[in-house]
Design a protein around this ligand. Structure first.
Ligand code: SF4
Ligand code: SF4
Length: 431
């Protein structure tokens, strides 16, 4: 939806600032009550969800103009959606902060006012089919010597969609995931160098046209393979396929995050976690796997004012409170690992604290990315856990950088590493 269509909503924001905080009933301590990495770091209202809504309103009313400074404020935000959840939990959902901020970014792209690094990220995706400027051939190097089906010319039931970050930056994660699938006897394959970016970065920057190009190509390609399931390692890819691809084209396959698929394979008895992994661990909910991954719910209606003040939607619109993300499968897996003691942080599930790397922030504003990650590591440490576990390669890279920068003594795992370790009780090798 265009920014103009959100004008009424921008006026509806009552400037209460509750979007800066975890929803009140969920606050466990003052120390970990903040919700928004951007306002916590820059401490000026414009850097909050509500602040960016005021910016949108002022632009729509021609009170300010699109400038480089404005673009810097709009984009020092990881688009994590925590403000969106807090606002909706407080007001029932008649305001959509994240949608407004996305529409604002779309407008910035149209006006050519985006930060220089975001501009080059879009150029890199166009030129290289990935945001890392890596050659296509390198995309399949992680799989060397693993005898995995290449679905460009072979058939399988399941496509393992590896994603740019695992393929180019965390090849060990891709190998571990493929080893788990092989040991579980799954009939799967990959697209190797033919795999395209999911275009999550392009979408988050606000280039909807570029994202749609990739979405159409990916949907067409996946449909043509005849696969029943597409399984992702990356939370970013998952949330694109689940939430943003459905309106673009009919998808003849299910999309599952690897944690959902592993949980299913455990229930079917194909994965057994029998080796003890004696560790006290806590889990970081990736935003893209949690609150942002709610399945797409189509709605095509209008807002109406009734009784002079109440806003209703006709037909009723399902409010995205963020509660329908993938929260239980990773927790169920961790609780099934023998010897693993699982503890929760204070900010979890739909009100989880963001690792700080999304929305182009890691590339363009690394100081914000490391601030957010350091905060999360402190929260993990406060639980007494020896290990922080996540389920997203992008989170893993950012949290890992912050652990090294801060010289913090906490181990970091992707959940698949612990799964493979626990499977070794059944004599499983590799990874
Ligand atoms: S976006 Fe929502 S929570 Fe934030 S200031 Fe506006 S009304 Fe309040
Ligand atoms: S999306 Fe996240 S970083 Fe951006 S304003 Fe909302 S809470 Fe803050």
């Amino acid at each position: 939806m265009s920014l103009e269509k959100y004008h009424v909503q921008t006026l509806r924001c009552n400037r209460c600032s509750l979007c800066k905080w975890v929803p009140q009933p969920k606050i466990a301590s003052w120390r970990f009550a903040a919700a928004c990495p951007s306002i916590q770091k820059y401490n000026f209202h414009a850097y909050s969800g509500g602040g960016r809504i005021i910016i949108a309103c002022a632009l729509l009313e021609n009170k300010i103009d699109y400038t480089d400074e404005l673009a810097r404020i709009v984009y020092t935000c990881s688009m994590c959606g925590a403000c969106d959840v807090s606002c909706k939990m407080n007001y029932g959902g008649n305001l959509e902060p994240l949608e407004i901020m996305h529409a604002l970014r779309v407008k910035c792209v149209e006006k050519g006012r985006i930060p220089p690094r975001h501009k080059t990220l879009l150029e890199d995706i166009r030129e290289y089919d990935n945001p890392y400027k890596e050659p296509r051939k390198k995309r399949e190097e992680w799989a060397e010597g693993m005898s995995i089906k290449d679905l460009s010319h072979e058939k399988a039931e399941v496509l393992y969609y590896v994603g740019c970050t695992s393929a180019y930056r965390l090849p060990g994660l891709a190998r571990t995931t493929a080893t788990i699938l092989q040991n579980a006897g799954v009939d799967f394959g990959i697209l190797g160098k033919e795999e395209l970016c999911c275009a999550s970065t392009a979408y988050k920057i606000g280039d909807e046209a570029l994202m749609e190009e990739y979405a159409k190509d990916n949907i067409e390609k996946f449909n043509s393979l005849g696969v029943k399931q597409v399984v992702t390692s990356c939370s970013g890819c998952y949330h694109m396929f689940k939430s943003y691809y459905p309106p673009i084209g009919k998808m003849n396959f299910d999309v599952l995050h690897i944690t959902e698929y592993i949980e299913r394979l455990m229930k079917e008895g194909k994965i057994k976690l029998s080796k003890r992994v004696p560790i006290k661990a806590t889990y970081h909910d990736p935003c893209h796997l949690g609150r942002l991954a709610e399945p797409h719910v189509p709605w095509n209606g209008v807002e109406k004012k009734v009784m002079g003040q109440l806003i209703i939607t006709d037909p009723p619109k399902e409010v995205r409170f963020g509660v329908k993300g993938v929260y239980d499968p990773p927790r169920n897996i961790l609780r099934s690992i023998p010897g693993l003691e699982f503890v929760e942080m204070e900010r979890i599930r739909e009100y989880s604290w963001c690792c700080g790397s999304g929305g182009g922030v890691k590339a363009a504003f690394p100081e914000l990315a490391s601030f957010a990650a350091a905060e999360r590591i402190e929260e993990a440490n406060a639980t007494g856990a020896e290990a922080l576990v996540t389920a997203c390669p992008f989170c893993e890279i950012n949290l890992g950088d912050a652990i090294r920068e801060g010289k913090v003594k906490i181990k970091l795992y992707d959940i698949v590493e612990l799964v493979l370790e626990a499977m070794r009780g059944e004599g499983v090798e590799g990874g």
